[in-house]
Design a binder for this molecule. Structure first.
Ligand code: NI
Ligand code: MN
Length: 236
């Protein structure tokens, strides 16, 4: 087991929609695990074994299977304080509330919560429960710095995120309607200046069906970033 761990490399795997799995030397990080009921999900909620779950906001296509997965695995749930407190009220025992602008050093590395222009709520019996501000994450592991934008429109402070955190990888929504679309996501890439920009939050539903290859062409022709389009289940 020790040999295996020593040989282990960090990996980023796309699970569909906005869900990603980051494997690190100090535990696996699952972001926005919308797997059950997600037509684009590459695996089911019983096939992930995270140590940490990062949640950008409370919408069902991001909260997803968080409660079931943490009950089964004991994974620590990290996210905006109101959302995490809501989950604690649902019996989730391992929680770590944070907030935008805050940072904390975990065993896997340092985590920063960033601004996102969006909403955040959970619907129960037809009633909205407000779950604070939505966020994005910058994850600095031993090997890589990765930005997951969450659901957001484009905003000029994106430039500050890129300046504070030189990025290897930026995960950006491109599907429009609920978030920025292709052209606004291209502006975000220009401000972030990552080595690689990976599109997410498109194609899962008809209303966010866009062509990721168009995003790739625009990014690779007007910035120095690579733009790999990952299929659900594919590792970068
Ligand atoms: Ni949302
Ligand atoms: Mn969403």
């Amino acid at each position: 087991m020790e040999v295996y761990d020593a040989m282990r490399h960090e990996q980023l795997t796309y699970l569909g929609h906005s869900a990603f799995l980051i494997t690190t030397l100090a535990g696996d990080i699952l972001i926005d695990p919308f797997l059950s009921g997600n037509p684009s999900a590459s695996i089911g909620p019983d096939n992930v074994h995270p140590n940490y779950i990062l949640m950008t906001h409370g919408h069902s296509d991001h909260l997803g299977d968080t409660i079931g997965i943490t009950r089964r695995t004991g994974a620590t749930v990290i996210g905006p304080a109101e959302l995490v407190t809501y989950l604690a009220g649902k019996g989730v025992s391992n929680v770590h509330p944070m907030h935008i602008g805050g940072n904390h050093v975990f065993p896997f590395g340092e985590l920063f919560l960033t601004q996102a222009l969006h909403g955040s709520s959970v619907t129960e019996n037809g009633h909205f429960i407000y779950t604070g501000n939505p966020c994005g994450f910058v994850v600095k592991t031993g090997e890589r710095t990765i930005y997951h934008a969450g659901d957001t429109g484009v905003f000029l402070n994106t430039e500050l995120i890129g300046r504070l955190h030189p990025l290897d990888i930026a995960l950006l929504p491109i599907g429009g309607n609920f978030t920025m679309g292709i052209d606004d996501a291209l502006e975000a890439v220009k401000m972030l200046a990552p080595h690689a920009a990976i599109p997410m939050h498109y194609g899962t539903f008809p209303v966010i069906a866009v062509d990721p290859q168009l995003f790739r062409k625009k990014v690779e022709s007007s910035t120095s970033a690579r733009c790999p389009v990952l299929e659900p289940g594919q590792t970068f």
